[in-house]
Design a protein around this ligand. Structure first.
Ligand SMILES: Cc1ncc(COP(=O)(O)O)c(C=O)c1O
Length: 347
């Protein structure tokens, strides 16, 4: 627990990210006695009934049914795609926070148990919130006694150069959900880290949730080994150091290629957003596109040995935290070559 903020001392271990979020939804509703849960459109939180409905991206559609109620979506602080032009981060944060307050008023804040956010949106294009956004969200949650849950399944465990992505701002959540990086994804493990306030509720009550393999000892042993290695090998520092080089390369790539509208990066967590036209920002493919265009670009990368994935008109770049600068430069040469093909053949 020395990894988490000082308001948190307990963890409920799960088998992965979906059931971590499922457990967090359960706790949020039980502890507050409220039913509604806020989360964002450009988000992915899992594929079980609750975590799937918590998710905003199209993967939720097949899970949406009348038995899953109370999941309210709000819009992301997606500054690149905003029609409002902001002078700075503060202006952007105020704008998005004001929209959330407005939506809370319409829903009745006294009915809202929790606001879930990926501290930095992962699969949906590495959307990094403007400075002030998460801090402001914390204040809103405090004002209405709503729990703030940071989903760190993708961004946690060193990916952004900090143990948890929310540490890039001065924020303490009420719950942190995690998975993937805790064992470097070698063994299935996830969990919910809970604040003292949430833990207190369960001091004399049983948390009625769990799967046969929740917190399996094999998985926990892998988690301990990985976290110890992260520390021993200074992987957070490597994430920051090599991440700086990744950012510089991505800025060059953005200048060079007509198909690149935006690049977003923090530590070893990045996305490249593809457009048909830099000026109009028309996305290379429309939202929820089924043409397979982005799949072809990912295929071109994979053929050349660059393993990654994309969603919508974004391709993520999230190399292993042990990557060296030299290895990164070699990989990004492949990326650059593929973008030459995209510029010529896909626009
Ligand atoms: C942010 C986030 N939350 C939750 C999940 C679900 O985790 P799992 O696939 O371990 O169930 C994912 C998986 O990609 C994720 O990226």
């Amino acid at each position: 627990m020395d990894l988490a903020p000082d308001n948190m001392k307990k963890v409920f271990f799960t088998c992965g990210g979906s059931d971590a979020n499922e457990a967090a939804i359960n706790m949020a509703r039980t502890v507050t006695g409220r039913s509604k849960i806020f989360s964002r459109y450009r988000s992915y939180h899992g594929s079980t009934l609750g975590s799937g409905n918590l998710s905003g991206d199209p993967r939720r559609f097949s899970l949406e049914n009348p038995s899953a109620t109370g999941f309210i979506k709000f819009k992301d602080p997606y500054v690149y795609r905003s029609t409002v032009k902001f002078a700075n981060d503060q202006e952007a944060s105020e704008y998005y926070l004001q929209k959330i307050e407005e939506q809370l008023a319409y829903e009745g804040p006294e009915n809202v148990a929790a606001i879930f956010v990926e501290s930095i949106t992962g699969a949906n294009g590495v959307i990094i919130p403007p400075d002030g956004y998460l801090q402001g969200l914390r204040k809103i949650c405090d004002r209405y006694e709503i729990l703030l849950v940071c989903d760190e399944v993708m961004a946690g465990f060193g990916r952004t150069g900090k143990m948890f992505a929310f540490e890039n701002w001065d924020v303490k959540p009420d719950m942190i959900t995690f998975a993937k990086g805790v064992t470097s994804s070698y063994v299935q493990l996830g969990g919910v880290i809970i604040s003292d306030k949430v833990a207190e509720y369960y001091s004399d009550k049983v948390f009625q949730y769990g799967l046969t393999y929740s917190g399996h000892s094999l998985a926990c042993a892998a988690g301990v080994a990985c976290v110890n290695y992260y520390k021993k090998a200074n992987l957070l520092e490597n994430s920051r150091k090599v991440g700086k080089v990744l950012g510089e390369i991505l800025e060059e790539i953005k200048q060079k290629h007509a198909c690149v509208g935006d690049v977003r990066y923090i530590g070893l967590f990045a996305a490249v957003e593809f457009v048909k036209d830099k000026e109009t920002k028309e996305p290379l493919v429309p939202y929820a596109d089924k043409s397979g265009t982005m799949g072809k670009i990912v295929g071109l990368l994979k053929e050349r040995g660059f393993a990654t994935f994309g969603r919508e008109n974004n391709i993520n770049i999230a190399p292993p935290l042990i990557i060296s600068e030299e290895e990164l430069r070699t990989a990004m040469t492949i990326f650059d070559e593929v973008l030459d093909i995209v510029d010529k053949e896909f626009l």
